[in-house]
Design a protein around this ligand. Structure first.
Ligand code: NAD
Length: 519
């Protein structure tokens, strides 16, 4: 089967009244279907398994409302999942790539055909606005489509140099069992991307979803079943990270771990996976994409309105709960006051409310923990700077709502200047000049995204060399990377720079074999 060249899935245009109406219709249906009786089993080797223990997922706008539940695993079931996956690997690893790609294309088609249902589930379960949920579902399709094409490209003999008297081949082979541990903030796109990259290359996967968003993950597993992915190739094992996730990470039968989440958990997984367990025959490969403390730098030549709009969109889109979110706005002294005033005005235009309303810009945060953390940092902002937006802003009483907070006059070496908040709190830092601004941007252990607003080409060229981050943008926001267009992954403590959605990504799940014989 020939696939047309990869192209990003178009985003929905919700300003179109007809499109608005179709989404509203699906959202109402999905909202009504979800509830305490919506449930899914685990999936181990094709068997639906339940233990009697359930993990409930809650609506972040109305936390008392259960939107569904999934069966949860025990450490013993984690072992059973590894055994089932090992069995499936012996056959799946030999399935021709064309067949594997065709199955991933089916998963992609299912998500594309029912995209509004997937998006609506994220509105209800994760509190995403329509636009954010739609982009998440589109990205899930993009990951499938890009990776299936790359798997085909990487199959068969790869180029090697000729040496007289020898005949050489170089091929890529799957590695084995991969544990997939995604976060809740892109609960469809990242879960699908991490799972499909492993599976399309001939590996088998055990998916341990985030405990905050198991319903959308379960719907993806339903799509895998519907597509006909063979038993044991994709296993679904919800459960507590420390017990079930870590048991999988430490299991000697596991070959690689694909993790996206916080620095704290990523570091722990990296360390524990490095310990060779009795019976283990390899060093585990760990792909670990972690947090950020992303900065937007603005100099005196910049379009300040555009910079203010971009900073506010990057800081408060999905409540700052994106690894790429802008957390630090670094402004040079000459335009600092002017920019602060524009950011303040822009931030005050944000409409907070139920994400079911298409005109909402900012819904609730995803959990009570997220809310507590954001409020804690907002309070720290009172001590470390001047909170110019936030206090007094009305938010709905029920639900995990936190108003956007802007804190001016923050020092780089402060908690607000250094720690990942992952909530709607933007710090503004004053720099003497562009040199100082770039130094401040780099004054972090993270290195995920960044942006520079400047009309000075020489400065942009310098930033291209010196701004230490994996995804750098000029004169635009620092969120919203497109699959295939802006391969995504960070430097330093932001992770292993795996560049999800890039053409090198699948090599992380393959091992190369060189085969040589006399000519
Ligand atoms: P988290 O680290 O709390 O959880 C991530 C996953 O790890 C979840 O599935 C969780 O259940 C599991 N987990 C937790 N403890 C575990 C343990 N001890 N052993 C094994 N698994 C365990 O992160 P989160 O709150 O879900 O996500 C937010 C974080 O993710 C932020 O730091 C954000 O920056 C980061 N993130 C990074 C990227 C990226 O591409 N770099 C993308 C999205 C999110």
């Amino acid at each position: 089967m020939e696939y047309p060249p990869f192209a990003n899935e178009p985003l929905s245009e919700f300003s179109d009244p007809a499109r608005r109406a179709t989404f509203a219709h699906t959202l109402a249906r999905v909202d009504a279907e979800l509830g305490p009786t919506w449930s899914r089993s685990m999936l181990i080797g094709g068997e639906k398994v339940e233990t009697g223990a359930w993990l409930e997922s809650h609506d972040p706008t109305t936390p008392s409302r259960v939107v569904g539940r999934v069966a949860t695993a025990t450490p013993e079931l984690a072992d059973a999942a590894v055994a089932a996956a090992a069995k499936a690997f012996t056959t799946w690893s030999r399935v021709p790539v064309a067949e594997r790609a065709a199955l991933v294309a089916k998963v992609s088609a299912i998500i594309r055909d029912r995209r509004d249902e997937f998006s609506a589930t994220m509105v209800v379960e994760a509190g995403k606005t329509w636009g954010e949920a739609d982009a998440d579902a589109a990205e899930a399709v993009d990951f499938c489509e890009l990776y299936l094409r790359d798997a085909i490209r990487l199959s068969g003999p790869q180029p090697v140099s000729h040496r007289p008297g020898t005949r050489n081949r170089f091929i890529y082979m799957p590695m084995g069992i991969g544990v997939i541990i995604p976060p809740w903030n892109f609960p469809l796109a990242i879960t699908v991307g991490m799972t499909m990259s492993a599976v399309v290359t001939g590996n088998v996967a055990i998916v341990k979803p985030s405990s905050l968003t198991p319903i959308i993950a379960a719907k993806f597993i339903d799509a895998c079943l519907e597509a006909g992915i063979p038993d044991g190739v994709v296993n679904f094992l919800p459960g507590p990270g420390e017990q079930v996730g870590m048991r999988l990470v430490e299991h000697p039968g596991v070959r690689f771990i694909s993790f996206t989440g916080s620095r704290e958990v990523g570091e722990k997984i990296f360390a524990r996976a490095a310990v060779v367990q009795p019976g283990q025959r390899w060093l585990k490969r760990v792909v670990s994409e972690m947090g950020g403390k992303n900065a937007i730098v603005v100099d005196e030549t910049a379009d300040l309105d555009a910079a203010a709009r971009a900073a506010v969109a990057s800081a408060f889109g999905f409540g700052g709960q994106k690894c790429s979110a802008c957390s630090r706005l670094v402004a040079v002294d000459a335009i600092y006051d002017d920019l602060v005033a524009r950011v303040e005005a822009e931030a005050r235009t944000i409409r907070i409310g139920d994400p079911r309303d298409p005109d909402t810009h900012l819904g609730p945060l995803s959990s009570a923990d997220q809310k507590r953390t954001a409020e804690r940092y907002a309070a720290i902002g009172q001590a470390e700077g001047t909170v110019i937006v936030g206090p007094g802003t009305p938010v709905p009483a029920d639900g995990h709502y936190v108003a956007p907070h802007v804190v001016a006059g923050v020092a780089s070496r402060s908690r607000l200047g250094q720690e990942e908040i992952f909530g709607p709190v933007l710090s503004i830092i004053r720099a003497r000049d562009f040199d100082d601004a770039l130094a401040i941007a780099n004054d972090t252990e993270f290195g995920l995204t960044g942006a520079v607003f400047s009309q000075d080409r020489a400065r942009l060229d310098r930033a291209a060399e010196e701004f230490a981050c994996g995804n750098l943008y000029f004169n635009r926001k620092c969120t919203g990377a497109f699959v295939g267009v802006e391969p995504f992954g960070g430097f330093n403590m932001s992770g292993t720079d795996s560049k999800a959605g890039g053409h090198d990504h699948l090599l992380l799940f393959l091992q190369g074999k060189s085969i040589s014989e006399p000519e």
